[in-house]
Design a protein around this ligand. Structure first.
Ligand SMILES: *Cc1c(COP(=O)(O)O)cnc(C)c1O
Length: 495
């Protein structure tokens, strides 16, 4: 499998050996032309194969899916690496053995009832990894892939990132203790919850460096961009990234759509004739992009429901054909903070497919986006094609979130987190009764105690292993908003 860029400067090379393969883009981030990497075609999975995959364990299914995208790691090595990643121990989180072995169990809120033509409503549990958010599903694999590829090549990498909460901790737990890589993670000083701070700052591994910036998340993000655009510094200190545009993260997320599809259509004895709908709480369009690709591979996904919070750039696009990224001053701080995103970096991947994989169209459209403008497809033939891709979109507000958390607890006895609540609210609205609807859980409520308290008048349960985490000794260096200060920390450690 070879990879091309959505902006296609290098696409003329696709047919010859110059187009990169998986391990060449694994550490690369953006393509040199500023586009995002995608496979040159989507592997197709037929009915017969689907039936074979139905009975596989999570790790075996992950290998079946990922080996279609990764053909430059020897099969036995890739299989072993995946088997080491998706274990009941890593994704167990104190659950019983049977649930833990499923890795991503499906929990029915309303069971399907064939006789009554009811497809059912379910939550796909994706948040039982080490940091209690779905990002662990991909990040744990990324950590093992990085370690493997760096060892093969005898290289090292220093990962520099900025986080508002979930990504940073997920990356640190995936990379901690690994050889040949270090993590420098910037976070906004005193703007994360006590729990989020404790999750990151209580790590004492030698290769993990927490840096708190006296400023906002955007300030931290700007520092990362400034350091990364200093090409001499970047090359000398081997600076890399693990942000959400990384192709391997998307690829890893495709797996659980298959897993959930099988679970929602009768499990081992079921059949792959019927369609399933998915509802996905979205920010950077990474999670739902994986669903789009699963569907392009032939998985019978009847509908992909995109849920936003008050930051509804993506909902607006799917309803109007206009994609208008907002500046950070126009971005609302909401009670589903991991979706407070106004420029959905992975959206370019879907747009590439929507415009018939024409890279020059994307190049033109996104030169406007990069310059702070917007994209208007409303009067083009592309907008008419949108319905071929199965998307529907809706928005959820703080009041919706609280009401959904409350109703879900009253009706089903289940406490869900604010992001999952956005997905459930929009998914319930855009559901056809006869089609199973699977809502993707993106975090556990324990991460967002304050909003759960506001909705239910009590704190969510916390997994035993994380009790009292706020009391552990913390390690973090606090700095002013300064590019040089960050460079100095990196130099001090590496020179
Ligand atoms: C990252 C995140 C999201 C958004 O996912 P995208 O892939 O960026 O669309 C939603 N909910 C939670 C809890 C997250 O951490």
């Amino acid at each position: 499998m070879r990879y091309l860029s959505t902006r296609g400067q290098s696409n003329s090379d696709t047919k010859n050996s110059a187009a990169p393969r998986f391990t060449e883009i694994l550490l690369a981030g953006l393509a040199p032309d500023g586009g995002l990497y995608l496979p040159e075609s989507y592997p197709q999975v037929g009915k017969a194969e689907l039936e074979e995959w139905r009975g596989l364990s999570y790790a075996d299914l992950a290998y079946a899916v990922l080996s279609r995208f990764i053909d430059d790691i020897p099969a036995a090595d890739l299989q072993a690496l995946i088997a080491r990643t998706y274990t009941a121990q890593v994704y167990g989180n104190g659950r019983n053995r049977e649930q833990a072995a499923e890795i991503t169990p499906l929990r029915w809120l309303e069971k399907p009832d064939e006789a009554r033509g009811e497809g059912g409503l379910a939550i796909l549990e994706l948040s039982n990894g080490p940091t209690l958010a779905f990002k662990d599903m991909a990040m744990q694999l990324l950590g093992n892939l990085f370690e493997y590829v760096l060892a093969k090549r005898g290289e090292e990498i220093n990962i520099l990132g900025a986080t508002s909460g979930d990504t940073g901790s997920s990356a640190e737990y995936a990379m901690r203790g690994k050889e040949r890589l270090r993590v420098f993670m910037l976070s906004p000083h005193q703007r994360m919850s006590a729990f989020q701070r404790a999750q990151m700052y209580s790590l004492h591994d030698e290769n993990i460096h927490n840096i708190a910036v006296r400023g906002s998340f955007d300030d931290a993000q700007d520092i990362v961009k400034a350091v990364s655009s200093d090409h001499a510094f970047k090359a000398r200190y081997r600076i890399g990234a693990v942000n959400s545009i990384n192709w391997a993260r998307i690829a890893a997320q495709i797996v659980y759509y298959f897993k959930a599809y099988f679970a929602a259509t009768g499990g081992v004895g079921g059949s792959s004739d019927r369609e399933v709908a998915f509802a996905v709480p979205s920010g950077n369009f990474g999670n739902i992009c994986a669903g789009h690709i699963a569907r392009m591979m032939g998985l019978p996904i009847g509908r992909l429901v995109l849920a936003t919070n008050e930051n509804d750039v993506l909902k607006e696009f799917f309803q109007s054909g206009v994609y208008r990224p907002r500046v950070s001053a126009e971005t609302h701080a909401t009670s589903s903070p991991s979706m407070d995103i106004s420029k959905a970096s992975n959206f370019e991947r879907f747009a590439f497919d929507l415009v018939g994989r024409n890279a020059s169209v994307i190049r033109n459209l996104w030169s406007a986006v990069d310059a702070g403008g917007s994209v208007d497809l409303s009067k083009t033939s592309f907008f008419a094609k949108l319905s071929d891709f199965g998307f529907a979109a809706g928005r959820s507000t703080h009041a919706d979130r609280l009401a959904t958390i409350r109703q879900t607890f009253e009706k089903y006895g289940l406490v869900i987190d604010p992001h999952t609540a956005d997905g459930l609210k929009v998914g319930s609205e855009l559901r056809s009764p006869d089609m199973p609807m699977v809502v993707l859980e993106t975090a556990l409520p324990a991460k967002f105690e304050e909003t759960i308290g506001e909705a239910l008048g009590r704190r969510p349960e916390r997994p035993a292993a994380l009790q009292g985490i706020e009391d552990l000794p913390q390690r973090v260096e606090v700095i002013d908003v300064s590019v040089d200060a960050v460079k100095a920390i990196i130099q001090r450690l590496l020179d």
